[in-house]
Design a protein around this ligand. Structure first.
Ligand SMILES: NCCCC[C@H](N)C(=O)NCC(=O)O
Length: 463
């Protein structure tokens, strides 16, 4: 009887260790991504950043990923050069971008300078910090698609959605820690220093880089344990530029990409303003304001793997995405109601948002390999991230602009610093609108799945 060949993938210890190592790198990346958001008030009071400066800085996340198409380039590099090269390149880029951002926030050499670049006028510090963030964002996004491909490599036909859910949960731990710790770290030792949390993030990222180097050894071992392909098979499997055309002419892929941009636009940009929302609408003190939004990522830490596991075993991926979108709509709509301003309500809504934010990603990312073949997977994920980055870039800037133009209600002195107060009804209605559109695309995806038989409603584990 022919013996079934075992590879390193078949060792549960090896594949879960590989997951833990790359997930830690993502945790470090997400910490830096979100560490500035809770500092909005301090940036306004200490460094003179207005809401539109803050929105402009946050939009830098997409400058290179979107306009220079760096994410797409990253996806192509991933499919051509493999996960080791691309992951290492991405983590080094993250570190470089963070060094620039840290310098911009900590230096006084840019004080008083205002630059005008294209249509945008902002303090030089905002531009340079944005430049660092934009470079970092290329790294963290390319790392994200690389890690998705790594997980697929180790977990296909096994606990794929659970593994992806656990990776996202670990990354969200980075977001939660960033939101909860940024203000206390900036205010530690009795001296307010907004660059201090960024320095901590930089140190974490260097450890994340080392962690990825460790993964590279595991990846080499995995490749060595698998059946070596013949030249003909390798040629057949090689990624071709024409594959991009195949991806973007796939209706199912478009539905996922559009659902992704709409859904994430209602969550990540919301998180950037959530601390400020807690202060302005729910009257929470600045010290504690980050605690409530930080419950969202912490809530998703258990639920994303839980729903991933459910998808692996029971299927119903498209339905999971529909329910998640419904929850997002309900939460943002309730956040926009002016008379619901008790902090307990804020906690309840954030927790429900956490459920919605666990449901959609736990089903969406593991569904991509059901629609797109493995050799195009890096590019397919990269293109989805690219579409998504339009939202991650545009929506924070839009909300910052809306706040400054239509929502200022007065000024207060907090910790000796004069800052604006805002009415968040309009921004929350905008977030609700994204949820409604996401729901429509979740339904369209379900219909397309029924037509094409992608198997989104089927379990991932092959028995
Ligand atoms: N604040 C981090 C933004 C990461 C965006 C990334 N493109 C992504 O969608 N990753 C999957 C996830 O659910 O975090």
């Amino acid at each position: 009887m022919e013996k079934i060949r075992q590879t390193l993938r078949d060792s549960a210890a090896a594949r879960w260790t590989a997951l833990a190592v790359v997930a830690f790198t993502m945790l470090c990346g997400y910490y830096l991504t979100d560490v500035v958001a809770p500092l909005k008030g301090l940036l306004e009071g200490k460094l003179g950043w207005g809401s539109s400066d803050f929105g402009f800085f946050n939009s830098a996340y997409g400058w290179f990923n979107v306009f220079l198409g760096m994410l797409i380039v990253g996806g192509i590099i991933l499919d051509k050069m493999g996960v080791r090269f691309t992951g290492l390149m991405a983590t080094i880029i993250m570190v470089c971008g963070t060094i620039i951002k840290f310098w911009a926030i900590s230096t006084h050499s840019l004080d008083g300078q205002v630059w005008k670049v294209l249509w945008f006028e902002a303090p030089a510090q905002v531009f340079i910090a944005g430049l660092g963030f934009a470079i970092f964002a290329v790294g963290v996004e390319v790392a994200g698609i690389t890690v998705s491909k790594i997980i697929y490599k180790w977990f296909k036909g096994k606990e794929l959605a659970l593994a992806m859910g656990l990776e996202m949960a670990t990354a969200r731990l980075g977001t939660g820690l960033a939101i909860a710790t940024a203000v206390p770290i900036a205010k530690a030792f009795g001296v307010v220093d907004v660059s201090r949390p960024i320095l901590l993030a930089l140190i974490l990222l260097c450890i994340g880089l080392l962690s990825f180097v460790m993964y590279m050894f595991m990846d080499k071992k995995l490749d060595a344990s698998e059946v070596q392909k013949t030249q003909a098979e390798m040629d057949e499997d090689a990624f071709k530029i024409s594959d991009i055309f195949k991806i973007i002419t796939n209706k199912g892929w478009w539905y996922i990409a559009i659902l992704c941009v709409l859904f994430y636009s209602a969550v990540f940009p919301f998180l950037k303003y959530a601390t400020d929302l807690m202060i302005n609408k729910f009257g929470v003190s600045e010290e504690l304001a980050g605690t409530i939004p930080s419950m969202l990522p912490f809530g998703t830490i258990l639920l994303t793997p839980f729903f991933g596991n459910l998808y692996d075993r029971k299927g119903k991926g498209a339905t999971i995405m529909i329910i998640g979108s419904l929850l997002i709509i309900a939460v943002h709509a309730l956040f926009s109601v002016p008379f619901l301003h008790h902090w307990i309500m804020a906690i309840i809504l954030i927790l429900v948002l956490g459920v919605g934010f666990s449901l959609v990603p736990s089903a969406m990312w593991p569904s991509v390999p059901k629609i797109i073949p493995e050799k195009q997977l890096g590019t397919a994920y990269a293109l989805i991230f690219w579409v998504q980055n339009w939202g991650l870039m545009g929506v924070p800037a839009l909300i910052g602009w809306v706040l400054e133009k239509y929502c200022i209600t007065g000024q207060v002195v907090r910790d000796g610093l004069t800052v604006n107060t805002y009415n968040y009804t309009l921004p929350m209605l905008i977030f609700t609108g994204f949820g409604v559109l996401a729901l429509i695309f979740a339904f369209l995806l379900k219909i397309e799945d029924k037509k094409k038989g992608y198997g989104l409603q089927l379990p991932n584990i092959v028995k």
